[in-house]
Design a protein around this ligand. Structure first.
Ligand SMILES: NC(=O)C1=CN([C@@H]2O[C@H](COP(=O)(O)OP(=O)(O)OC[C@H]3O[C@@H](n4cnc5c(N)ncnc54)[C@H](O)[C@@H]3O)[C@@H](O)[C@H]2O)C=CC1
Ligand SMILES: CC(=O)C(=O)O
Ligand SMILES: [Mg+2]
Length: 601
């Protein structure tokens, strides 16, 4: 004990501000005298976790968490120091032994991910300055694809708690837990970890996803980092391997389902909106049918949206608009597309529904039914065709069921039969657009539009190298995670990134500026047009705007969001008289180009 106190005195670690003092206690147990150390502190909540003397991370017991107002500020599973040691030793060993030529780049990127995380913990302003100045290079680190690695390995690389965890064990306490977060929250990104990118159920390991999305809200959308909150709803995980891992930080139990699950989501939203009534909630990486049901339940009541369904819809629509122009057509020729969508989950249905809405808006179809006929939906059982029984389909899939084609047709047969102009990949199934599929599609259309949108990189339905090779360079290609441009026989072909990160920061900036009551589909339709209108294919040969101009894109989206919200009567804040929306929004954007002066109060 003396050793500890001397160390503290010598190192000066226990600063005055810490107000931590050591009290020595002695306990006689089984006739063996041992010392019991007690640390007292006046600190509470996040201040405890930021103090290296006080912090013991995941090892805080439940009663300590309660007393120190830490409930929710740490992953729910209480670990022993032995488990923490194991994590540190495993990590050291893994670092030294597991690097090969094949995974070297992945390893380097993960180190960079951790370094950036450490920088964010030390100096958030500098972190965002670095991220914004090197956005194109660093977005793939804090976001897809490297964030996928961070989630898969979260239990081994876990260092510092970020955001909040609302777990099945905390039910009944959510409202009081929100007071453990001591800043004003304007944007929440929440996941239940059930479908992290295309990597499946990762439970509480999914926290890097909301953290990464919110870093983009700040860097790309100008939201103040003090006003964002990443959240995991830990309802258990059905990933047995993770559950059995002694280092897993989430609840090692099967997922709650049915009424229990929905009641927990309800309690969470009730708690959030009681504490921060004007907050925007983005649902992220929820599996189906939960994703759709939660959205349907709350979208008209609360200021919330589902990123995978709605923002992905908007960015894919923007890409199709750009591809129409690249093919020498106008937007209204959207009605002439034949679209095969592989993947009929949240993202696949979200994208197709957004295109259907656009067809109606552009009046290229008279009815929804007419629009649905332009789609061919393929899932893990093949084409959704005539014989598929309705209990095997969700309400949103049913309109896309083909009554003219056999259920279960293989993708290649569908492509041969339909001769699609657009092929969308939202299946999470890497390599599924193989050589024959691309060649068959290229036989029938001059410029096949191939969007292989699944994340992370390994889950991409086809690589740009393959698509340009098999289409003889004719394809218009985009992927969800970034790829380098490719060169074939001396010709450079562009690999476009079609990712919802073009959309949600601008939606968030607009919504938090005009304090929109809800987030209607019109915002996403307009966001698609804004993005597409910023593309000059003739000039650049690209289908999406340069990511380095992401703040300008977000601003342009936010302006349209505010204008529409005020037209619809759902805006609750307006610019002062004489000021345009643009200037008002700009005045609200957080900018880390220089430090603010710090003043003691
Ligand atoms: N680029 C972007 O901005 C975005 C990309 N995504 C990606 O889309 C993918 C899917 O996401 P969700 O729709 O939310 O997942 P989900 O789990 O709701 O849906 C996946 C769908 O793919 C189908 N599928 C699975 N294996 C298949 C196979 N072998 N052949 C054909 N279909 C198959 C399933 O039946 C299901 O309909 C993920 O990889 C995700 O990362 C999601 C959102 C945004
Ligand atoms: C980009 C994204 O939201 C996803 O892959 O889930
Ligand atoms: Mg997502």
């Amino acid at each position: 004990m003396l050793r500890v106190s001397r160390f503290i005195r010598k190192s000066g670690f226990a600063s005055k501000a810490t107000e931590a003092k050591l009290i020595y206690g002695f306990k006689d147990k089984e006739s063996k005298r041992y010392q019991l150390e007690v640390l007292t502190t006046t600190k509470r909540g996040r201040d405890v976790l930021k103090d290296p003397i006080l912090n013991k991370g995941t090892a805080f017991s439940l009663s300590e968490r309660e007393r120190l107002r830490l409930r929710g500020l740490l992953p729910p599973r209480v670990l022993t120091m032995e488990a923490q040691l194991l994590r540190n030793f495993q990590y050291l060993d893994a670092d030294r032994t597991n690097i090969s030529e094949g995974n070297k780049q992945e390893w380097i990127d993960l180190q960079l991910y951790k370094d950036l995380g450490a920088l964010a913990d030390r100096n958030e302003t500098l972190f965002y300055r670095v991220l914004m100045d090197e956005f194109k290079r660093l977005a793939p680190i804090i976001y897809t694809p490297t964030v996928g690695q961070a989630c898969l390995k979260n239990h081994t690389i876990y260092r510092q708690a970020r955001g909040m965890y609302f777990s099945a064990m905390d039910r009944g306490h959510f409202s009081s837990m929100t007071y453990n977060w001591n800043s004003d929250v304007k944007v929440i990104v929440v996941t239940d970890g059930s479908r992290i990118l295309g990597l499946g159920d990762l439970g509480s390991n999914g926290m890097p996803i909301p953290v990464g999305k919110l870093a983009l809200y700040v860097a790309a959308g100008g939201i103040n980092p003090n006003n964002v909150l990443p959240v995991v709803l830990d309802v258990g995980t059905n990933n047995v391997e993770l559950r059995n891992n002694p280092l897993y930080v989430g609840l090692p139990m099967p997922r709650l389902e049915g009424k229990e699950y929905y009641t927990l989501v309800d309690e969470f939203l009730h708690a959030v909106y009681s504490r921060w009534p004007r907050c925007l909630v983005q649902f992220e990486d929820f599996k189906n049918p939960h994703a759709q049901e939660i959205l349907n339940k709350y979208r008209h009541k609360l200021c919330c949206f589902n990123d995978d369904i709605q923002s992905t819809g908007a960015i894919a629509l923007a890409g199709i608009y750009s591809s129409l122009r690249a093919r020498g057509n106008d937007y209204w020729e959207l009605g002439n597309e034949r679209i095969v969508c592989v993947g009929a989950g949240s993202a696949g249905i979200g994208v197709c529904d957004t295109i259907v809405e656009a067809m109606l808006k552009l009046k290229v179809v008279d009815t929804k039914e007419e629009a649905y006929k332009k789609f061919y939906m393929v899932d893990n059982r093949g084409l959704i065709g005539k014989e598929r029984a309705h209990p095997n389909l969700t309400a949103l899939q049913i309109p896309y069921q083909r009554q003219d084609l056999k259920d279960g047709m293989a993708l290649l047969d569908v492509v041969e039969h339909v001769k699609p102009t657009v092929l969308l990949g939202l299946s999470g199934c890497g390599g599924i657009f193989h050589k024959e599929v691309i060649q068959e599609m290229s036989r029938h259309v001059e410029r096949p539009v191939v969007f292989a949108l699944s994340n992370p990189t390994k889950n991409t339905e086809c690589t740009p190298q393959d698509v340009f090779t098999y289409s003889n360079g004719k394809a218009l290609y985009a992927s969800g995670s970034p790829f380098e441009d490719v060169e074939i026989d001396g010709v450079t072909y562009h690999s476009n990134q079609c990712n919802n990160y073009y959309i949600f920061p601008g939606i968030g900036l607009g919504v938090t500026t005009c304090l929109s009551s809800t987030i209607p589909d019109e915002f996403f339709q307009e966001a698609a047009l804004v993005v597409a209108n910023q593309v000059d294919y003739e000039e650049t040969g690209k289908l999406f705007p340069e990511v380095n101009s992401i703040r300008e894109i977000s601003l342009a989206i936010a302006i349209r969001v505010c204008e529409i919200a005020s037209e619809m009567g759902i805006a609750n804040r307006y610019p002062p008289k004489g000021m345009a929306w643009k200037e008002f929004i700009q005045s609200k954007m957080w900018d880390p180009s220089d430090y603010q002066t710090t003043v003691p109060v």
